[in-house]
Design a protein around this ligand. Structure first.
Ligand SMILES: [Zn+2]
Length: 382
């Protein structure tokens, strides 16, 4: 397996500090919230978002590693970090000068992950934050190729992650995330290595990394093998690449979800096909903002997705940003949270229970806030 600098787990999921100030800066969108949230400057909006049960469907577990834990693991494992202190690391992670800059930060962060305990602490820390945010389900990507290239045994990765999942109230599962830069042969090799851990540790196969020039169809055989193994299938497509990358992910890889997928909008036939099939996309507009994808057009594109009929879902601060950009009201936000469960790989009955919990939380929020009772549509927001 190549030992070159690890590719990014996802161009749209850089390590991000989740402290309030940072997220606030990211969501400092000029748009005022919907009139239902206007009274207290958006605090009621944030309360609703926090209280709504949610499913997290687009998260790269490596991207959740926070600076303090990174320094702790570096000290424990004797790994030298390229930062003098936590402040310098935070500064490096606050903005990226370009892809290489992002790669340098990603590599520095992941270099500290070496043992089962490291993977346990990584996932445990994220899942604690997720539980506090009322995330009930998290389906998380794992860059197994990158970790194995550093000599980490797959058994240590799987055992650490599973131990964290078992200790968490969040219904956590993991997805093998193949990096396109490494090519189909390496992908097949990783999938074969992971076979003993399917389905105990991994429920799906995802495809990420630099998109342009790496057509999804190159991975047709790998995805066919994953299907035969009973894995769910998804791919990052339509992030940097155009609509034909999304078409290929659907037709050649038979994906059940498209990550990002925003450039599907460029082909009306594709939009119609995805809406008819209720094939969901997972948007990450805040990450797009940080990496300056669709510069100047992102707000319009997100509004277009909401109007397109394509099923969609968001996580973290994305809810607030999208709510402000699109002027979403309380019911529409609850519909988005419900849609996140619909797009998950949970069994049908569990989905139903979580969707019911969304509307229960919505009713509770409305009663607490003294919001007028209006019959909500309670369907998907399109
Ligand atoms: Zn991603």
């Amino acid at each position: 397996m190549p030992h070159a600098a690890s590719p990014p787990p996802c161009m749209a999921a850089p390590p991000i500090e989740r402290d309030a100030a940072d997220v606030s800066a990211l969501v400092s969108c000029p748009a005022p919230p919907h009139p239902a949230f206007a009274a207290d400057g958006g605090a009621a909006l944030r309360r609703l978002i926090r209280q709504l049960p949610k499913a997290e469907l687009h998260l790269h577990i490596e991207g959740t590693l926070e600076v303090d834990l990174m320094f702790k693991l570096a000290a424990r494992n004797g790994v030298a970090l390229p930062y003098a202190d936590a402040a310098a690391a935070r500064a490096a992670r606050a903005s990226y000068a370009g892809l290489q800059d992002f790669l340098d930060v990603y590599n520095a962060c992941t270099a500290v992950l070496l043992t089962e305990d490291d993977f346990f602490e990584l996932a445990d820390a994220y899942l604690a934050r997720a539980a506090a945010d009322n995330v009930l389900t998290a389906e998380m990507f794992v860059d197994v190729q990158g970790h194995m290239a550093r000599g980490v045994p797959l058994d240590a990765i799987a055992s650490g992650l599973l131990r964290a999942a078992a200790a968490s109230p969040v219904d956590a599962s993991f997805i093998l995330c193949i990096q396109r830069e490494l090519g189909p042969a390496a992908a097949s090799e990783a999938l074969k290595a992971a076979r003993p851990y399917v389905p105990s540790a991994f429920i799906g196969l995802g495809l990420a990394g630099a998109e342009v020039g790496n057509m999804p169809s190159e991975y047709e055989a790998v995805f066919a093998e994953a299907e035969e193994m009973g894995l769910h299938k998804m791919a990052h497509a339509g992030e940097e690449g155009g609509a034909r990358y999304v078409w290929e992910a659907i037709r050649a890889l038979r994906v059940e979800r498209v990550d990002h997928g925003i450039r599907a909008l460029e082909d009306p036939q594709l939009v119609a096909a995805m809406a008819a099939a209720r094939l969901p996309i997972t948007l990450c507009p805040l990450s797009n903002l940080r990496l300056q994808v669709y510069a100047g057009e992102l707000e319009a594109r997100v509004r277009e997705v909401l109007a397109s009929g394509i099923a969609h879902c968001y996580v973290d601060g994305n809810y607030e940003w999208v709510a402000r950009v699109a002027g979403l009201g309380p019911e529409q936000l609850a519909q988005l949270a419900a849609a996140s469960f619909e797009a998950s790989f949970l069994p049908k009955e569990r989905k139903k229970a979580h969707v019911a919990a969304v509307w229960g939380a919505f009713d509770a929020w409305r009663a607490e806030e003294g919001q007028p009772h209006r019959p909500a549509a309670r369907g998907h927001p399109h």
